[in-house]
Design a protein around this ligand. Structure first.
Ligand code: OGA
Ligand code: NI
Length: 343
């Protein structure tokens, strides 16, 4: 019998509740469709009804995705000592960490984070009257060969795809296609994350990632053939598994889009269940605004009939609060968008 870590037993909230596999899955959208009107409509419906969809014919070379997955496998196959040489710390939150060795023991995974714009400016602390900025930079792992160059190439493709998707989402909200551009340009705080979920001896007690919403604008996720991502279906609040589709990317709307759209599109809960036999790899790209962005409902989308539902918040402060809380101050509650909800 495996010894079960008491941390997993206490956290009832963190245990997988039953999920369903069959039934309606998230929509699959073909981005090569000729009719832009049709595409915009499909994306708008998916954002409204699911908050999640998959895209195919997205233009990201399959070969690059495979090279990323391969590099990720090689990186994580190293010893923990080797991986910790590119480990993150309080000052530089990019790089490697395993959840077992930080205070966040709940998630059954290890991670490697890499910012899209290196270096990128962020506030030093989440405190409102502290105006100091710092720079986040990426580590340069020596193994596997050309790891950094491969990630950089991948990030470039993820940015192109995100901008394309943000244009389609803007159009679906009746906005100018470039409406969101000003929030990202140059200073975006986006990053790519390599996730490794090792086989878990007690999958009924643990989750790879507990239920959560993504805080940024969009997430573009590549998952391998093992599967395990589950999405809270808006129609009935059931957990539904996202079936791995080769070469498809899974897209979800984050909290920032929920606020910009004044709740027209909602950020949806999701989680990852673990597997007792197979390890799993996934690669999300988080499209995040520039630190100076004041996130609030867009003027065009509020009116007397539909007043603003949120007060403005500063993205950089929000981000630093969330990042810091992962490994510094476990007792403080993470900032959430509902903290900015207007009565
Ligand atoms: C995340 C996430 C899903 C996955 O990292 O925010 O939801 O399948 N990951 O790894
Ligand atoms: Ni997520």
């Amino acid at each position: 019998m495996e010894e079960v870590d008491p941390a997993f037993i206490q956290e009832a909230e963190h245990r997988p509740k039953p999920s369903i596999m069959e039934g309606d899955g998230i929509p699959i959208i073909d981005l090569s469709r000729i009719s832009i009107e049709g595409l915009v409509k499909e994306i708008g419906n998916a954002c409204k009804e699911w908050g999640f969809f998959q895209v195919i014919n997205h233009g990201v070379p399959f070969n690059l995705r495979e090279r990323m997955m391969e590099a990720s496998k090689m990186f994580f196959a190293q010893s923990v000592e080797e991986k910790r040489k590119v480990g993150r710390n309080d000052k530089y939150p990019m790089g490697y960490y395993d959840t077992e060795h930080t205070k966040n023991v709940r998630d059954w995974k290890e991670v490697f984070d890499f910012v899209a714009k290196d270096p990128v400016s962020v506030p030093v602390t989440p405190l409102e009257n502290d105006h100091r900025l710092t720079l986040w930079t990426n580590p340069s792992p020596q193994y596997p060969p050309a790891f950094r160059a491969t990630i950089e190439e991948y990030v470039e493709e993820m940015e192109k795809l995100s901008y394309k998707l943000m244009e389609l989402i803007a159009l679906s909200l009746g906005l100018h296609p470039k409406r969101f551009e000003e929030f990202f340009k140059k200073e975006e705080t986006s990053f790519v994350r390599l996730n490794h979920y090792p086989p878990c001896p007690y999958p009924h007690l643990a989750l790879g990632v507990g239920r959560h919403k993504d805080p940024g604008a969009l997430t573009i996720l590549a998952q391998d053939e093992v599967g395990g991502l589950e999405v809270k279906r808006k129609a009935d609040q059931e957990w539904v598994r996202v079936k791995p589709t080769p070469d498809a990317y899974i897209i979800n709307v984050g909290d920032a889009i929920q606020v910009w759209s004044n709740d027209a599109y909602e950020s949806v809960e999701h989680r990852v269940v673990v597997n007792s036999e197979k390890e799993r790899f996934s690669i999300p790209f988080f499209l995040f605004p520039a630190h100076c962005t004041e996130v609030k409902p867009l003027e065009e989308l509020v009116s007397e009939q539909n007043p603003s539902k949120y007060k403005a918040y500063n993205w950089g402060k929000f981000l630093v609060n969330r990042t810091g809380s992962n490994f510094e101050k476990q007792n403080a509650e993470n900032l959430q968008i509902y903290h900015y909800k207007l009565p």
